[in-house]
Design a protein around this ligand. Structure first.
Ligand SMILES: NC(=O)C1=CN([C@@H]2O[C@H](COP(=O)(O)OP(=O)(O)OC[C@H]3O[C@@H](n4cnc5c(N)ncnc54)[C@H](O)[C@@H]3O)[C@@H](O)[C@H]2O)[C@@H](O)CC1
Ligand SMILES: [K+]
Length: 499
């Protein structure tokens, strides 16, 4: 399991560890790891031109100590100081001792400037010129102490660094990305790589921050023991975690023991949604799929193994979980039956629009809601952009409002439980999955995992993982349709099981 901790937890863990190690030891560990990563990116350190963008806190200190290490290996290192009067003294001294150069960013060497008419944002010509011809820029502007969007001088330098064509390495996290949420307000560093210390931060694993971070490398500074006392803010299942959770049938299994999933989906207008939902459900671990609704002919024509009926759901026979909503149109009668059933229910698509909050909140069995950003926005009464910019906040808020597990689909799919706790973040997503009907496949898949006995959080996270992996395997760099994704699900299973 990959975990990420909140800034508060990181700070508390660092305090506890610092009390037991010599002064400055943690920063030295961080800087050593950072310098190694920079050296690997550069290939040849000797003679390389490196620019450090140095803010006023310890993030800048890390950059300065790492810069000193690179300078000792023969790099030409220039530190651009955003706040010369508040720079990390020890780091600056180390860089100067190692032969590094220093340039003040503010015009006239004063404190942080502000936006001005010529667009220089109070940044000196010398600071901007330092970036010319740089091979590597180290972003030590702000780390976990960053608040709000980057101030104007920092933003100006970030734009100049991006235009310089140099490789950009962010220290701990890209400056301008909110460490706890991944939100980006205004300018932020777009890094080729981010070297983070002690633990992942949530903003490195969730878009939009994740996209800004580039390849993320974790440097061990000895925090693990201390972090154990805190709850992770985020968890990302890895292959081994998913393998443990997959519902693999035993010798005694029959279709009921494996789980039967019922699908309430499709309409005369949207029969395809029913077919795709069943396609996902058939390849996810349940022993049988019952389809209930007006698209029975289309379903059985494509999948003779599906058990179909015209409805209502209560007359369909035994099921261990329902999936309700894809392509339903405006008819909510079967949806209401499914929501009233005392088994786990997954609600998706039209079902999210039609379902009553109080009916969901009143359920005893687990509920899993699977909105995309647009649907989540409608449920929360905000814009789609607000949801996309604040995925963690949105998914937590929905889980609390509906007293349900919520899987928010998108560039980073996240799953929150009603009782709070760590949000699951899916590491396998791919933009090829942004295709019509792909969500119907996911709802069938995750519903089938519910029927097979997984809890709602596990069903959502494992479903998203397999779905993402199937999307990648099906796409292999070319466009795919939702049916291709469903058909690649067995490949994803085999990949996870190492079979
Ligand atoms: N505490 C520790 O033990 C360790 C901390 N480390 C480093 O220290 C960092 C945290 O250091 P700090 O707490 O000093 O905080 P930061 O260095 O992350 O940032 C705080 C400074 O940035 C300025 N600032 C805040 N928001 C800004 C904005 N939007 N635009 C421009 N400037 C802004 C503030 O005025 C403040 O001086 C970590 O991210 C990590 O890089 C590492 O050395 C590992 C050990
Ligand atoms: K940074």
């Amino acid at each position: 399991m990959r975990t990420a901790y909140s800034v508060d937890s990181v700070r508390a863990a660092e305090r506890a560890l610092m009390a037991r190690v010599p002064d400055g030891a943690l920063m030295q560990r961080a800087a050593a790891g950072l310098a190694v990563a920079c050296g690997q990116l550069l290939g040849r350190v000797y003679g390389a031109r490196v620019v450090l963008l140095v803010g006023s806190g310890d993030n800048g200190g890390d950059a300065l100590f790492a810069g000193a290490r690179l300078a000792r290996r023969g790099a030409g290192v220039t530190a651009v100081l955003l706040a010369p009067d508040r720079v990390h003294g020890g780091g600056l001294a180390a860089l100067l001792r190692a032969g590094g150069r220093v340039v003040d960013a503010p015009v006239g060497g004063g404190a942080d400037g502000s936006a001005d008419a010529d667009g220089s944002a109070g940044v000196s010509e010398r600071a901007l010129a330092a970036l010319d011809g740089a091979r590597l820029v180290v972003d030590g502007i702000v780390g976990i102490g960053g608040k709000g969007g980057l101030r104007a001088p920092a933003a100006r330098l970030v734009r100049a660094a991006a235009a310089s064509g140099a490789l950009i390495v962010s220290v701990d996290l890209p400056s301008g990305v909110d460490a706890d949420t991944g939100q980006v307000r205004g300018d932020a560093v777009r890094a080729d790589a981010t070297v983070t210390f002690g633990t992942y931060k949530p903003g490195l694993l969730v878009d939009p921050g994740r996209e800004y971070a580039g390849a993320v490398r974790l440097v061990d500074i000895g925090l693990d023991g201390e972090l154990g006392a805190h709850d992770a803010a985020l968890e990302a299942l890895q292959y081994a975690d998913v393998e443990r959770l997959l519902p693999v049938p035993g010798a005694e299994s029959d279709k009921y023991r494996r789980g039967v999933v019922g699908v309430v989906a499709g309409s005369a207008r949207y029969p395809g949604a029913a077919v795709l939902c069943v396609a996902g459900a058939l390849r996810a671990g349940a022993g049988a799929v019952r389809y209930v609704g007006p698209a029975a002919d289309a379903v059985v024509a494509r999948f003779p193994e599906a058990l179909v009926s015209a409805g209502p759901p209560a007359a369909a026979g035994r099921v261990q979980a329902w999936v309700a909503g894809p392509g339903l149109g405006d008819d909510d009668a079967f949806l209401r039956d499914a929501v009233a059933a005392d088994v786990p229910v997954l609600i998706d698509a039209d079902g999210l629009r039609l379902v009553d909050v109080s009916a969901v909140r009143g359920r005893d069995a687990p509920t899993l809601l699977t909105p995309h950003a647009g649907e989540a926005a409608a449920l929360l009464g905000v814009s789609r952009e607000e949801v996309e910019g604040a995925r963690l906040e949105s998914v937590r808020e929905l889980a609390a409002r509906y007293s349900a597990t919520v899987l928010l689909k998108g560039s980073t799919t996240v799953v929150a439980s009603p009782g709070g706790g760590a949000v699951r973040v899916n590491p396998t997503g791919t933009s090829w999955l942004a295709t019509a009907g792909s969500g119907d496949v996911l709802s069938g898949l995750a519903g089938s995992l519910l029927a097979a006995g997984l809890g709602a959080g596990d069903a959502g996270a494992v479903g998203a993982f397999l779905h993402g992996l199937a999307g990648r395997l099906a796409a292999e760099g070319a466009p795919v349709g939702a049916q291709d994704v469903a058909e690649a699900l067995p490949l994803a299973w085999r990949d996870v099981r190492g079979a």
